[in-house]
Design a protein around this ligand. Structure first.
Ligand SMILES: [Zn+2]
Length: 167
């Protein structure tokens, strides 16, 4: 069978306008070409405001800050931008201190910054403890559908190095 995408009569198109063969799984964001991480359907259902547009299909999450597309179907039949969601997405605004980074326990970059007034915070340890106790709900609360710890640690590291620069 030919894999020449441009000769396929399918009406699905990739970023360059080529037709995509049916049953193709697209792993990269059709808008910015960043590799999308797999995300459970449950997460997409929890995040998208109007479920009439959500299909029982496989979705990926685009974390690029320069792209407003958040979820795309792996068959590229449709996608959702941040305005379609019920939450603002931290990854799309990494420098916005008021957007949640921990969606389960309600931490923002600014709340973490406040905690770090004395140079340190145990926020990551607290999140870890609550998660271990089975009290998180990342798959339905966090737009990325997984634990926020990596993002939280990135923020604390950035705050520490910023602190080192200014003092
Ligand atoms: Zn994207």
């Amino acid at each position: 069978m030919s894999v020449d995408c441009c000769s396929n009569p399918s009406d699905q198109r990739d970023a360059c306008g080529c037709a995509i063969p049916e049953n193709t799984v697209v792993t990269h964001c059709p808008q910015c070409n960043t590799k999308g991480s797999t995300v459970e359907l449950e997460t997409v259902k929890a995040m998208v405001a109007n479920l009439e547009r959500v299909q029982p299909t496989s979705y990926r999450f685009c974390k690029s800050p320069d792209c407003d597309l958040v979820y795309f179907a792996e068959d590229l039949s449709h996608h959702f931008v941040e305005a379609d969601l019920r939450e603002r997405v931290h990854q799309k605004h990494p420098d916005d201190g008021d957007i949640l980074v921990c969606y389960c326990f309600q931490h923002t970059p600014n709340s973490i910054r406040l905690e770090m007034a004395d140079g340190r915070t145990d926020v990551a340890d607290r999140i870890t403890a609550l998660t271990k106790a089975g009290r998180c709900a990342c798959e339905i609360r966090n737009p990325q559908g997984s634990c926020c710890l990596g993002n939280v640690c990135q923020i604390t590291r950035r705050l520490v190095s910023a602190d080192n620069v200014t003092h």
